[in-house]
Write a protein that binds this ligand. Structure first.
Ligand code: NBP
Length: 485
């Protein structure tokens, strides 16, 4: 198609997209398909022209080669969505745009930015009179085109100008858009980061269920695909379980084997899981499931250590479970219970981040916008929304009546899976840490009293007593009497 066929009028585009790789070009098409005129820009113009050649007929696009041309194509106040690589590239593009934009214009960063970068950028842009919106976008390339889940932060005033457009292109569930204003400055990217952390955990747990079915019950990939397809009809109904079934059913064209059996078992990561865990450490929130998932990927990639350790004694292993149907159902229950724990931990981190930065994030809103479009979309997010609607200050999801019931009815299966996996020598860091977390939270007295006493012994760090207020210290090197601290 001739490039001249596209709308070349200046100043009419309602939104501009710069960065036209997979995500940017699909979001630009999504806006255009919804009737918006979209100004297009990319550092190298070949991507812009490729998009116009292949999809220019899908709506009104305005082509540009330079930033001034791009900005001139936009109606005012301008709305520019940046979809470039996170980090230095995003800073470079923001600065180029800011130099040429006018007060009141809105810059939206739709990349996977670190939320502290977003806080810094929003401050810097505000000083220049520009609105800066860090928007988490989930759903991969398919979501970007057909409706992602969008988590915009930034000033409420910017959302007024931007929200309706973002809501229009987002996924919808029961007529409700999967996009809402999350809160000020970095809140949107913060919740997107935790979303990705939950995604890591969800994927690890599914991986462990797969390995238990493969190595514990000797099922083939297509047989396991059937199990996941069946599970997807019930409370585990989710995008990740559905694609797991599809992946396991996929044959390899070169060998005829299941594709999953010819893929190297070294998982990679781009960093959002690691960010989630680092942030959780700073906030003091135990996101053990997410941490195990991040470390499990790191372990899978520890090739030298794995190679050196292959062949180490397993000890006496148990026989395969005698009742495969029951073990399969136990795994399903353990997966569901562990998944509830992963979400409970992620939501606790969001509540802690919100309190730390004064964001006033409403957890129920997040559950609502994660029901569609995003990678962790799942039927049970409706239950999370209900739980926070009933009690917005829920200390942990696991005590909400529905989840408490689900965990209590799964707990026997969960224990059987953890102990059977241990006896079979199958690693299950996600399942076992989730069960330990559950057990730790419901335990009345943890060994932390002993840790406090040890700390007081070697470092005079003091301790609190269960029967008196205040802090105390025992004179460990003296007569071992107790003194108020
Ligand atoms: P990439 O993350 O691969 O980035 C490629 C784009 O960045 C190209 O348009 C490239 O321009 C541009 N770019 C780079 Br690299 N350095 C630049 C610079 N210094 N100045 C200007 N432009 C520069 O693209 P993507 O996978 O489409 O992802 C875009 C954003 O969305 C990222 O932040 C990513 O983390 C986030 N995200 C991705 C997904 C996903 O599923 N892929 C999902 C959710 C969010 P060029 O063409 O001239 O090289």
């Amino acid at each position: 198609m001739s490039l001249l066929a596209h709308n070349m009028t200046t100043g009419t585009a309602q939104i501009g997209v710069t960065g036209l790789a997979v995500m940017g070009s699909n979001i630009a098409r999504n806006f255009a398909r919804h009737g918006y005129t979209v100004a297009l820009h990319n550092r190298s113009v070949t991507k812009t022209d490729a998009l116009l050649d292949e999809h220019g007929s899908e709506g009104n696009f305005v082509r540009s080669e330079t930033i001034p041309e791009f900005l001139a194509a936009l109606e005012k106040p301008r709305r520019v969505l940046i979809m470039v690589q996170a980090g230095a590239a995003t800073d470079a593009v923001i600065n180029q745009l800011a130099d040429a934009m006018d007060p009141g214009d809105i810059i939206i960063d739709g990349g996977n930015a670190l939320y502290t970068d977003t806080i810094r950028r929003e401050k810097a842009m505000a000083q220049r009179g520009l609105h800066f919106v860090g928007a988490g976008i989930s759903g991969g390339e398919e979501g970007a085109l057909n409706g992602p889940s969008i988590m915009p932060g930034g000033p409420a005033q910017s959302y007024e100008a931007l929200g309706p457009m973002l809501e229009t292109i987002s996924a919808h569930v029961d007529g409700v858009p999967c996009c809402t204003h999350i809160g000020p400055d970095g809140s949107g990217h913060f919740v997107k980061m935790v979303h990705n952390g939950i995604e890591y955990s969800d994927m690890q747990l599914i991986g462990e269920a797969y390995q238990l079915l493969r190595d514990g019950l000797n099922l083939t990939a297509p047989q396991i695909a059937d199990v996941f397809a069946d599970w997807n009809n019930g409370e585990l109904d989710s995008y990740l379980v559905q694609i797991t079934s599809e992946v396991l059913r996929q044959p390899d064209a070169k060998t005829g084997k299941p594709l999953v059996d010819v893929i190297r078992d070294e998982a990679e990561q781009k960093g959002t899981g690691r960010w989630t865990v680092k942030s959780a450490l700073d906030l003091g929130v135990p996101v053990t499931g997410i941490a195990e998932a991040v470390f499990a990927r790191a372990l899978s990639g520890s090739v030298a250590q794995r190679r050196a350790a292959i062949g180490l004694a397993a000890g006496q292993l148990a026989d395969a479970p005698s009742d495969p149907a029951r073990f399969t159902e136990d795994i399903r229950q353990a997966l569901y219970a562990s998944k509830i724990v992963a979400y409970a931990q992620g939501f606790n981190q969001i509540q802690a981040g919100s309190a730390e930065y004064g964001w006033n994030i409403k957890p129920g809103d997040l559950a609502t916008i994660w029901r569609g479009g995003c990678i962790i979309r799942a039927k049970f997010l409706n239950r999370i929304k209900e739980a926070f609607d009933t009690d917005p200050n829920l200390p942990t999801l696991i005590v909400a009546p529905y989840f408490r019931g689900a965990l209590e009815s799964a707990v026997d299966s969960w224990r059987r899976v953890v102990s059977t996996a241990t006896q079979l020598g199958i690693p299950i860091p996600g399942f076992s840490s989730a069960l330990s977390y559950y057990d730790a939270l419901r335990t009345e007295r943890l060994p932390a009293a002993l840790i406090q006493a040890q700390r007081d012994f070697f470092g005079a760090h003091t301790y609190g007593r269960i029967d008196e207020p205040g802090k105390f210290h025992t004179l460990w090197s003296g007569d071992r009497s107790e003194v108020p601290a």
